[in-house]
Ligand binder design. Structure first.
Ligand code: B1M
Length: 215
């Protein structure tokens, strides 16, 4: 089966909230030697964003959005498993604390970022979602983290990423502990404005930027 067909099936499975179908598509993609991260980002993620657009136009409602998110969680779990198999022998390069900021429960993208960064020999401590900025910094300090990564999916929660920078500044940790920000409404310009050390548009770029920060 061609990659295009698999990607189309992936998009449809999320849009129709068909969990079993989605898992089957992902397993077939892996069996056929396709890159699961590519299938996730060019297939399933496109599907969930389309559901989000329909939601913002009032054409689907919150329960469907939540069901589609559950489908994403199931396929992301398969990708995570695959990633950990391929990355288990990587040398340890650093410690990263990662979280979705306070007020925000969107954690699918952050989960994908965590799965991929882990494969590079980076210890990723995922604090979950809706995590206050001071908790993120305190945990990073406690664990001696090299990098703090934060994800924000709502325009109303992006300000929490700025708060992280402010706390680091107040504690004299700015520059010593590096920061990377991401999430759909976040931009390179916003990252620069708040003083973050790096911005990544997607998980693949996230890996590149994190490795560059550690180097
Ligand atoms: Co909501 N939501 N949601 N939602 N949701 C959005 C974000 C929205 C754009 C939908 C829309 O209206 N079109 C909109 C935000 C509008 C805005 O702020 N301007 C929205 C809204 C309004 C809401 C609620 C307020 C709805 C309501 O209750 N009325 C509510 C808020 C809850 C809260 O957080 N307090 C809400 C709730 C939910 C669900 C719970 C139903 C569910 C989330 C489930 C979950 O995550 N566990 C959900 C979903 C699924 C979405 C959409 C449809 C999809 C998000 C997603 O998973 N994308 C989203 C629409 C959209 O984004 N276009 C939407 C797929 C994922 C792979 O991509 O997360 O962007 P993404 O991650 C990417 C990159 O951004 C990047 O890499 C990832 C992988 O490539 N990245 C990083 C992300 N973090 C990074 C960190 C990095 C580096 C890269 O370094 C640290």
């Amino acid at each position: 089966m061609s990659k295009e067909t698999i990607l189309k099936e992936a998009i449809e499975a999320v849009k129709k909230c068909k969990e079993e179908e989605a898992v089957d598509v992902m397993n077939r993609a892996i069996a056929e030697g396709l890159d699961p991260v590519e299938v996730l980002s060019e297939g399933f993620s496109v599907g969930i964003r389309e559901v989000g657009d329909l939601f913002s136009r009032g054409q689907v409602f919150l329960p469907e959005l939540m069901l589609a998110a559950e489908v994403m969680k199931s396929v992301s779990a398969i990708v995570d498993e695959e990633m950990q198999k391929s990355g288990k022998d990587a040398d340890k390069k650093g410690v990263m604390v990662l979280a979705t900021v306070e007020g925000d429960v969107h954690d699918i993208g952050k989960g994908i970022v965590a799965s991929i960064i882990k494969t590079q020999g980076i210890d990723v401590i995922d604090l979950g979602r809706d995590v206050p900025a001071d908790t993120i910094v305190a945990k990073a300090e406690e664990l001696g983290a090299d990098i703090i990564g934060s994800s924000a999916l709502l325009t109303t929660t992006m300000g929490e990423q700025k708060k992280i920078e402010e706390i680091l500044e107040a504690k004299g940790l700015k520059g010593k502990m590096k920061t990377i920000v991401g999430g759909a409404p976040v931009t390179e310009r916003f990252a620069k404005r708040i003083g973050a050390d790096a911005y990544a548009e997607d998980a693949a770029e996230g890996v590149e930027k994190v490795l560059a920060l550690l180097a």
